[in-house]
Ligand binder design. Structure first.
Ligand SMILES: *[C@@H]1O[C@H](CO)[C@@H](O)[C@H](O)[C@H]1NC(C)=O
Ligand SMILES: *[C@@H]1O[C@H](CO)[C@@H](O)[C@H](O)[C@H]1NC(C)=O
Ligand SMILES: *[C@@H]1O[C@H](CO)[C@@H](O)[C@H](O)[C@H]1NC(C)=O
Ligand SMILES: *[C@@H]1O[C@H](CO)[C@@H](O)[C@H](O)[C@H]1NC(C)=O
Length: 385
């Protein structure tokens, strides 16, 4: 039973690209929350008079594809008080907090629900993080306030909507103004430097997992024309490697890289709950997201292994619960920088009991969630990854 379910899931996921989340509107936390208060991110550190791009002056003149952009997998799907610490959540902090903490890649999964695009994890009945247009608006606001930052979005088009459906929301949120259109509609070995993108005010790179290129929205890039990925849905802490998993049009990481593709590590671990349902692992998170380059399963280890195997650094990395590890340290090590201008976020694994100053509303247990997702489970199990 498990195997057929998994193959169906895999098929669904390959159609859908893969599962990701996006930040969601949640009520502001009271000041007494356990989250430490932080100063707003500062992008032009007065102390040195040196301008930073993506948190380092050293990155300004580096090509976009020669930088490791740390990403939040399923960035909209939160495990926090607003979702009653939903097991379906992949992050403890929303997109705005993630960006201020140094995350520069936000991944999310988009569904068509009653004629509108929403950020939902597997189904809107399981975890609904709100309207895509609202989330884009939040990212746009952050970019307005942080003018030297280049941000990447990767969306999974779960219901195979045309580029125009996305494009109209990119336009109405206002974020399309930042959209970067590459010279080529296929993979290219040369990308602009961050400084070039910043000067041109085209600081948003958007990939969508399954769209056709549309000349009206040339900044919406079909992901698998540019990006290749390692396996996702890894269930064994020793199961991370640097082998190309998608797209199937590329034979290997080496072939993809020589065709100008950029590599992405899917570095998140799931645990099997039985019945073919998997949920994001938290038990081994500190190791999995950690910077060690010698411990099996650590992000640092996969990062350095792939850099060695590929001969270039991974351009993108996706992790669950980005604050733990902290995962950012791995990107900084790969980029060879000491970052400036970030907002500090706790590296703790948050649980309902670790939080203060808020009540758990509509406590939805794992079983409650599983119950509401039975339909989904019956078709394709997991969905949670
Ligand atoms: C993100 O989380 C922070 C901290 O909890 C909160 O202040 C902010 O309003 C949230 N942003 C959105 C768009 O919900
Ligand atoms: C990538 O960046 C590194 C670090 O600055 C640099 O040494 C290397 O030459 C760059 N590679 C390319 C292809 O530009
Ligand atoms: C987490 O680590 C423990 C102890 O090393 C191991 O038994 C368990 O299988 C790991 N979990 C996963 C999902 O790999
Ligand atoms: C790479 O890892 C994935 C996920 O653990 C696994 O399915 C695949 O067989 C591995 N590939 C190689 C060549 O080891």
């Amino acid at each position: 039973m498990l195997l057929p379910l998994l193959s169906i899931s895999t098929a669904l996921l390959s159609l859908a690209g893969f599962v990701q989340a996006i930040p969601q509107a949640i009520p502001s936390r009271p000041a007494s929350s356990n989250t430490p208060t932080r100063a707003p991110i500062s992008l032009a550190p007065a102390a040195t008079g040196t301008t930073a791009c993506n948190n380092s002056p050293d990155l300004c003149n580096r090509n976009y594809n020669n930088i490791t952009h740390m990403g939040a997998h399923n960035s909209a799907f939160l495990r926090d008080s607003a979702t009653s610490f939903s097991t379906a959540g992949n992050q403890f902090y929303n997109a705005s907090v993630a960006l201020s903490a140094g995350i520069r890649l936000l991944q999310a999964q988009v569904h068509l629900e009653n004629g509108v695009l929403r950020l939902c994890h597997t189904t809107c009945g399981l975890l609904d993080a709100g309207l895509l247009v609202d989330w884009l608006g939040q990212i746009k606001s952050w970019m307005d306030a942080n003018v030297n930052e280049v941000v990447t979005i990767i969306l999974v088009n779960s219901d195979n909507q045309p580029a125009a459906t996305f494009g109209s929301l990119f336009a109405s949120s206002g974020i399309s103004t930042y959209g970067y259109t590459p010279a080529s509609t296929s993979a290219a070995t040369t990308w602009p430097t961050l400084q070039t993108l910043i000067a041109a005010k085209t600081r948003l790179i958007t990939f969508i997992a399954s769209i056709d290129y549309d000349t009206t929205y040339p900044y919406l890039l079909p992901e698998f024309n540019y990006v290749f990925e390692t396996a996702f849905g890894v269930l064994d802490i020793n199961g991370f490697n640097c082998t190309l998993d998608r797209p199937s049009t590329q034979r290997s990481a080496t072939t993809a890289l020589s065709a100008g593709y950029m590599g992405m590590l899917n570095h998140f671990l799931d645990t099997d709950q039985g019945l073919g349902i998997t949920v994001p692992d938290v038990g081994n998170l500190t190791i999995v997201n950690g910077p060690s380059t010698s411990v099996s399963g650590a992000l640092g280890t996969q990062g350095s292994q792939c850099m060695t195997e590929w001969g270039v650094k991974p351009t993108f990395i996706l992790v669950n619960f980005f604050n733990v590890g902290p995962a950012m340290a791995v990107a900084d090590n790969l980029n060879g920088i000491r970052a400036v201008g970030r907002t500090d976020v706790s590296t703790d694994v948050l649980t309902a009991s670790s939080k203060s100053g808020g009540s758990i509303q509509n406590g939805r247990s794992w079983f409650g969630i599983a119950g509401s997702a039975m339909g989904v489970i019956a078709i394709g199990n997991f969905v949670w990854m």
